[in-house]
Design a protein around this ligand. Structure first.
Ligand code: DCC
Length: 237
């Protein structure tokens, strides 16, 4: 169902375990190292926590296994966007009490629970997303704005890895099927083409079993022009 054979098997048969299996075999505790940030580093939120469902954990484990084969890489996630930028670029910038929008809800499980994986050779980023109860739109379902946010961020991460400092110029979404709160969906984005400073991308949001297409999107990101205003540049940091 998804574009790459590498991810396809993940979707067929979902996690490979039924909910009954999950009840019979509770999630084993993870090592403290897996749950804690390294000393001196900001907390990495793209790691399992107690709110992650069995589907989310199983999918995470499968992607983690693929990272060992070298094609995929887990992208760490911090609550301040400056922490995503390598140290050199940070030099001279004042620290700011800001938060990445996706990480603005502190409590586990009620906001955006997600982890992204990058496949550089395919110019592709896949996000495992479990929307929490504070993202509600229609009763029981994720708000369309929250879907747009996770799409923009997944596609945006993909564009950043290909083109560096970019901003969204256009994002077009078709919503096909509502996303139940607490479910897990795959947000699968890839670069379609690059023309000068323009990066064109597309994205699909699908259920874990691949049987439901929740949304499709296309986007245009523009690489920031270093010769243009410092104000614009600063606003993107
Ligand atoms: C690692 C994890 C980290 C974690 C980080 C997680 C990722 C977060 C990602 C979030 C991303 C966002 O939400 S960003 C926030 C939302 N976006 C914004 O606020 C952007 C507001 N807009 C702007 O600032 C500006 O319009 C820009 C930067 C997009 C473009 O301005 P510019 O640099 O002056 O570009 P300009 O010269 O006008 O245009 C360049 C070329 O692009 C075309 N172009 C420009 N805009 C458009 C457009 N909307 N639709 C079609 N085409 C367009 C022009 O025709 C031109 O084509 P040609 O003549 O060359 O052919």
């Amino acid at each position: 169902p998804l574009r790459s054979a590498a991810v396809g098997p993940l979707l067929s048969g979902s996690s490979g375990r039924s909910r009954r299996d999950a009840a019979a075999h509770p999630v084993p505790p993870r090592s403290p190292q897996a749950l804690c940030s390294q000393p001196g580093r900001p907390k990495d939120y793209a790691l399992p926590n107690a709110s992650w469902s069995r589907d989310m954990l199983d999918l995470y484990d499968r992607f983690l296994a693929m990272t060992k084969e070298g094609l995929w890489k887990r992208i760490p996630s911090y609550n301040n966007v400056l922490d995503h930028i390598p140290g050199k670029a940070l030099r001279g910038l004042p620290s700011r009490d800001t938060r990445l929008f996706l990480r603005s809800i502190e409590a586990e499980g009620v906001g955006f629970e997600y982890v992204m994986f990058l496949n550089s050779s395919e110019k592709r980023v896949v996000c495992l997303f479990q929307p929490g109860s504070y993202l509600e739109g229609h009763p029981g379902f994720a708000h369309g704005g929250s879907i747009a946010t996770i799409i923009d961020s997944t596609i945006g991460s993909c564009a950043i890895f290909v083109a560096g400092r970019v901003m969204t110029a256009n994002l077009s979404i078709n919503y096909m099927s509502p996303v139940p709160l607490g479910s897990v969906v795959l947000v699968d984005s890839k670069v379609d083409k690059v023309e000068g400073r323009k990066v064109f991308l597309s994205c699909k949001v699908q259920s874990v079993d691949g049987g439901t297409l929740h949304a499709e999107a296309t986007a245009l990101f523009i690489q920031l022009d270093a010769t243009k205003s410092q104000k614009q540049q600063a606003s993107c940091q």
